[in-house]
Design a protein around this ligand. Structure first.
Ligand SMILES: [Zn+2]
Length: 274
């Protein structure tokens, strides 16, 4: 059904996607298909990250619709702060607070800072700071976007009382990687683990006890074996195989570590409906 380029997913192995955007318009109308693809590839849980208020509401609906398979991470992405009205910001903060005692919501994300959008830097900083304070208050993990800002974020996070941090798609600099690991942060990597030498060098340095797997779908990847394909959680077994090769271990061992990290980080028990 998926073509033979997918890594074989042994029935005993369980995989997870710690970072996808199932509420994105690109998946609109085919959410069922994507969740089915995940199940068929033994990807047993997905954490769907929101970008703004609208996608936060949709993310919650999806988590309700697929209990035990789809979990919600709600937040304001740095790319959406430009058009963010004050009332939308407050409604999003309220929605997260309301949901914080319910099991659908497992983290605040995707939040962070992006150096590409310098013209809205102050606004990014303000929203990120509010989200981190909310995470402190609600005792929720955070999922961080840090394009061009990783070193700065790794340095600033210890001043917040946020207990669990996931740096998604860590790509540089290497100097921030050891600091992040020493701080107890988790790091999630995805499709580039299969083809990018830069990411492969990073994955080699991340202990299995700090590593999570992700797709960041619907972001598309233009290198084989992902080229021309809609990004799906069914990519995860291939990513796990690539990690196993880099770590000189077997895929079962990687999958086991990642499943354990996922459960510890999000406070989810795999295989249980929420
Ligand atoms: Zn993302």
């Amino acid at each position: 059904m998926y073509g033979d380029w997918y890594a074989q997913s042994d029935l005993g192995m369980r995989f997870v996607d710690a970072h996808i955007h199932l509420s994105d318009e690109e998946y609109s109308g085919c959410e069922n298909e994507v969740v089915e693809e995940a199940k068929n590839a033994n990807v047993v849980a997905l954490v769907s990250n929101s970008m703004d208020l609208k996608s936060s509401r949709k993310t919650l609906e999806l988590a309700k619709q697929y209990p035990g398979s789809v979990y919600a991470a709600l937040g304001i992405h740095p790319l959406t702060v430009n058009n963010l009205a004050e009332n939308e910001l407050h409604q999003t903060l309220d929605l997260i607070s309301e949901q914080s005692q319910k099991k659908l919501l497992v983290a605040i994300g995707e939040i962070g800072l992006d150096s590409k959008y310098v013209e809205i830097w102050d606004k990014q900083l303000k929203v990120f700071d509010l989200m981190l304070h909310l995470a402190e208050r609600l005792n929720l993990p955070v999922i961080i976007h840090s394009r061009g800002t990783t070193a700065q974020i790794v340095d600033m996070l210890p001043s917040y009382n946020v207990k669990k941090v996931l740096l998604h798609w860590f790509s540089n600099p290497m100097s921030a990687l050891s600091k992040a690991i020493d701080n107890g942060f988790y790091i999630s990597e995805g499709a580039p683990t299969v083809y990018s030498n830069g990411i492969r060098d990073i994955v080699k340095k991340i202990p299995l006890s700090s590593l999570l797997t992700e797709t960041d779908g619907p972001v598309r990847f233009f290198k084989p074996p992902f080229k021309g394909k809609r990004t799906t959680p069914a990519f995860i077994p291939t990513i796990v195989s690539a990690i196993a090769e880099l770590k000189e271990t077997d895929a079962e061992n990687v999958a086991e570590h990642v499943a354990k990290n996922f459960q510890n980080f999000f406070g989810i028990k795999l295989g249980q409906t929420h």
